[in-house]
Design a protein around this ligand. Structure first.
Ligand code: MN3
Length: 248
């Protein structure tokens, strides 16, 4: 099916009665159907899909525990707190909140951007790990070779993007609806959903993600991280992105 045609179907499917159809009296554009899925209020902390020690020795159990049980949990709690008195916002999915963050009530924009972005990122991040690294297979491997030249070239560019991200943020591989891949980085918890982009996978370069084990050696953490990737999960995310159903 031509992608333009499929896109129009997705948009048609998105026109449903939603309490959040207007925010601050501004008529909202129809959202792509895939943004209707994924996390919604009340937000909850997803459990780690493996033991906290599963990514040893590359990511230590103490870092995993603090990162998940304290940092991610705080994003969830603060996001719930931000939207609980705003029923029109609370009726949106997380992806919608981020995609329309500038239309939200001004007093909660920063809280949704930071804590909603953090919840979206970390909900993805845990699922990417717990694997044995290695290399992707199938159509994702083909796409990586096509868009970056090789897996080695992707890793080099990605690690460079992560190392030079000033302060806190994320190194990312984005994917468009046709499956084209690109490198990106974002500061803080700013989600690519805010500018209509979809994340295939990404690595957290906040100091809380690596400082206990790697201290100031962020490049060493970036290099080690590839050893715990679950390429099967990322391959499925790639298929979902092309099918228009990948949310966060
Ligand atoms: Mn983090």
């Amino acid at each position: 099916m031509p992608s333009v045609f499929r896109r129009s179907i997705l948009f048609a499917g998105a026109v449903s009665a939603v309490a959040a159809s207007t925010v601050r009296g501004v008529a909202a554009a129809a959202q792509p159907a895939h943004l209707k899925g994924g996390p919604s209020y009340p937000f909850t902390l997803p459990p780690l899909p493996y033991a906290v020690s599963a990514n040893e020795p590359y990511i230590d159990a103490q870092t995993m525990t603090l990162h998940h049980d304290k940092h991610h949990a705080a994003y969830v709690a603060h996001l719930n707190e931000a939207v609980k008195d705003h029923p029109q916002v609370a009726a949106m999915t997380l992806a919608e909140m981020l995609g329309r963050v500038q239309q939200l009530p001004e007093p909660i924009q920063a809280a949704v951007r930071n804590n909603g972005g953090g919840h979206a990122y970390h909900s993805m991040f845990w699922t990417l790990m717990g694997g044995k690294g290695g290399a992707p297979e199938g159509e994702l491997a083909v796409a990586i070779n096509r868009d970056f030249g090789s897996l080695a070239a992707l890793k080099e560019g990605f690690n460079k993007a992560g190392a030079k991200q000033f302060g806190s943020g994320w190194a990312l591989v984005l994917v468009d609806g046709r499956g084209k891949l690109s490198l990106a980085a974002r500061p803080n918890q700013d989600s690519p959903l805010m500018d209509g982009k979809t994340t295939l996978f990404g690595n957290d370069v906040w100091e809380h993600a690596y400082y206990l084990k790697y201290q100031n050696k962020r490049p060493d953490y970036l290099a080690a991280w590839w050893n715990v990737l679950n390429w099967g999960v990322i391959g499925q995310r790639y298929k979902d992105a092309k099918a228009g159903v990948l949310v966060v």
